[in-house]
Design a protein around this ligand. Structure first.
Ligand SMILES: *Cc1c(COP(=O)(O)O)cnc(C)c1O
Length: 231
């Protein structure tokens, strides 16, 4: 297999040159081989994102331990135990049951695990995430306040997969408003709105325009990935 590592590094550098320095780039490395991650690591990049627990664990074991691993997929409760000891940030949390399980597993390692709540902003019905009503219900629940080994440090969302820029902008703006509102009105210790994770290869510039401070980029850095998951 021939992999052009220089192209990879150039792609990341070009992206870094284009955006403000206070925006974190997560290199989403799902389906990508270890060597590619290592090549970016060697340039100093530390934030990588994965969607599948087993794939993440295998990569975690083989790669340097100062990588900040982001889980950006849909996490099932029964898999939390495999990543609780090392995960840096879990992006797609959308229910209390999952938060409780993350709390329980984090406690075993004496850690506080940071999470983002995923909000449903897209028009598609297939995407995960909380509605606004569910979101407000969740953040005001007494049960949430009892969880001492998690921290909710922000929100995550995915816009509709469309060419309609206005639609994307509308959805990201909605998420930013929710973020700002919570930042202003929240009095819970467990919730600290710092991270707004929105924007992927196709829509990251709109996301940044709308106030994102963390973008999750796969294709634009690594090139097309195989669509069928092998692990
Ligand atoms: C795969 C994935 C990404 C990266 O997508 P690209 O379009 O390749 O940049 C970002 N976020 C999530 C949640 C993903 O599943």
């Amino acid at each position: 297999m021939h992999i052009d590592m220089n192209a990879l590094k150039d792609n990341l550098q070009k992206l870094k040159n284009q955006i403000p320095t206070d925006i974190t780039i997560i290199a989403v490395s799902k389906f990508q081989p270890i060597e590619k991650i290592k090549a970016l690591y060697d340039t100093g990049h530390r934030d990588f994102g994965e969607n599948y627990v087993q794939e993440l664990v295998e990569k975690y074991e083989q790669l340097p331990k100062d990588i900040r691993w982001h889980f950006v997929g849909h996490l099932q409760s029964n898999k939390v135990k495999y990543i609780a000891s090392f995960i840096h940030l879990i992006h797609g949390v959308d229910n209390l049951k999952l938060l409780k399980e993350i709390n329980k597993q984090a406690a075993k390692y004496n850690r506080t695990v940071s999470c983002l709540l995923q909000i449903h902003i897209a028009k598609e019905e297939t995407k995960f995430g909380l509605s606004k009503e569910e979101y407000f219900q969740l953040i005001s629940s007494e049960e949430l306040k009892a969880l001492k080994n998690i921290k909710i440090i922000g929100l995550m969302g995915m816009a509709t997969n469309t060419d309609n820029q206005e639609q994307i902008k509308k959805e990201f703006t909605e998420l930013k408003e929710l973020f700002d509102y919570t930042q202003k009105h929240n009095h819970s210790e467990i919730i600290q709105m710092q991270v707004l994770s929105m924007g992927m290869s196709n829509d990251y510039s709109i996301a940044i325009e709308c106030g994102s401070n963390m973008i999750r980029i796969g294709t634009l850095i690594f090139g097309e990935r195989k669509s069928i998951h092998k692990i």
